[in-house]
Every structure is written in structure tokens, then in C-alpha cells.
Design a protein around this ligand. Structure first.
Ligand SMILES: [Cu+2]
Length: 196
């Protein structure tokens, strides 16, 4: 093997074994006036990384106090979601959204079968019994996502570099895929300014 081929082989091997280095990245989402946007889903697309969820992925959309908890759940495409009911009343959860149509008829406790969200987009959830119950499951083709707190902030472990980022919040509506921007990870906190 020539020295050059050897170097090429070694660097190929290290790229496979190490993968991209991820480091905590602080992100702040604000509106045009600079005020924090709470409950915004931020998903970051890193080139070459797996789009669908690992086989052991799972998530919960609970019902507590006649409300969905969390109000906004973000999952990676292919994730099975359970709908545990912690209330003493029964719920009847449904979605008419093209991203995932389903219905879990009147139930208490946790329905045995999860609902798999296998298409990117947003499903709006309701309950046939309690009209005020409203929730969202936002499905993304990336393992890098989170939801902003009341201060508009979140932290994500991201590989350094420029990545496409998608920001979605409930007021946009389920048919809107979200606002797209470019995020430069690997330095100081990043501010994403959106029209909200
Ligand atoms: Cu209900």
C-alpha cells in the first residue's frame, strides 16, 4: 500500500468510527420584535445522518388534567407514540391530519398499540369527549430536534457546521412545514428570528 493510500484508508476509517462531533449549541427563537417564541419546534438537518428513528425509539403523548401533555410533541419519523391516559375520565383521541390519521376510541389507561408516525409533517390532535383538548405531534426527518421553553431557548447537541434548520410552532397551522433558515453550529448562541 502506498503511503497516500494508507492515509486515505485511515481517514476513511476514523470518519466511520468517530462520526461527526456533536457539542451543545444554545439556540434562541425570537419574533421580529426580539421577543422569545415559546413552544416552537426546532429541527436541524445534518447532511448524511439517518432520517428515520432507531428501532427502539418511542415517545409519549399523555393526557393529564383533560389536556395533552406535552401540548407539542416532536418525534423523529418512524417513532411509535403511546397515549397514556392519567385522568380518571376516558378520552377518545383522534387526528384527521394527512400526516397521520388515527382514532383511539374511548379508553382509560394506556392503549396497548402505539401509533407510528411514519411521515414528516404535523398531526393535530383532538378528543371527541373534551372539545377543548388540543395537541400537536410534529414529525421530523432528523434526530436533532427540541422545543423552546417559555424563554424561547433550547439546547441541542449538534455537529459543528452550517445546517438547515426548520422552525415550526402551532400558530403556523399543520399544513405549514415551518420556517426554514440556516444555522451555524459550533460557536456562540444562535438567534433565529421568525415572523410570529
Ligand atoms: Cu378527552
Amino acid at each position: 500500500m502506498t503511503p497516500l493510500a494508507r492515509i486515505a484508508l485511515l481517514s476513511a476509517l476514523s470518519a466511520v468510527s468517530l462520526g461527526p462531533h456533536a457539542a451543545p449549541q444554545a439556540i434562541l427563537v425570537t419574533n421580529e420584535a426580539g421577543q422569545p417564541v415559546a413552544q416552537a419546534a426546532v429541527s436541524v438537518y445534518v447532511k448524511g445522518l439517518r432520517a428515520t428513528a432507531p428501532a427502539n425509539a418511542t415517545a409519549n403523548m399523555a393526557q393529564k388534567g383533560r389536556a395533552f401533555q406535552p401540548t407539542l410533541l416532536v418525534v423523529q419519523t418512524g417513532t411509535p407514540v403511546l397515549f397514556p391516559n392519567f385522568d380518571t375520565v376516558r378520552h377518545h383521541v383522534y387526528s384527521f391530519s394527512p400526516t397521520r390519521k388515527f382514532e383511539i376510541k374511548l379508553y382509560a389507561g394506556t392503549p396497548a398499540a402505539p401509533v407510528v408516525f411514519d411521515k414528516a409533517g404535523t398531526a393535530t390532535l383532538g378528543c371527541n369527549i373534551h372539545d377543548q383538548m388540543l395537541g400537536y405531534i410534529h414529525v421530523v426527518d432528523t434526530p436533532f430536534f427540541s422545543v423552546t421553553g417559555s424563554d424561547g431557548q433550547l439546547n441541542l447537541d449538534l455537529p459543528a457546521g452550517e445546517h438547515r434548520v426548520q422552525i415550526w410552532w402551532p400558530a403556523l397551522g399543520e399544513s405549514n412545514p415551518g420556517v426554514e433558515q440556516v444555522l451555524k453550529a459550533g460557536g456562540q448562541a444562535v438567534m433565529l428570528r421568525v415572523k410570529s
